[in-house]
Design a protein around this ligand. Sequence first.
Ligand code: SF4
Length: 113
Amino acid sequence: MKQLTCIICPRGCQLTIDDNLNVTGNFCKRGQIYALEELTNPSRTLTTTIRVRNRKDVLIPVRTNKKVPKDKLFDIMQIINKTTVLAPCHINDVAIKNVLNLGVDIIFTSEIK
Ligand code: SF4
């Protein structure tokens, strides 16, 4: 048996998953989906910032355009921390293409002229 807090919405239901993968404690279906994904393939959308090299002391917010496996977050952050971009930057433009060959891009979530 495993217990999790659902992080999909602020209600934060306390989920219990038994050995047969039956989920209880969820107020809605999304909690069941979250619990089963969390046990079989935990993944997250990574949000962070990247340095802009032609603007002094400026960082631009970015995120993955899809969820990535939780165990890849550290490796992705290492790549992002070594990366700088050139302004102008536009929302949803790709900052890093196909990071770690995961089929996921790092995209801007803000704008710098
Ligand atoms: S189970 Fe549904 S209601 Fe409960 S926290 Fe998750 S998303 Fe929100």
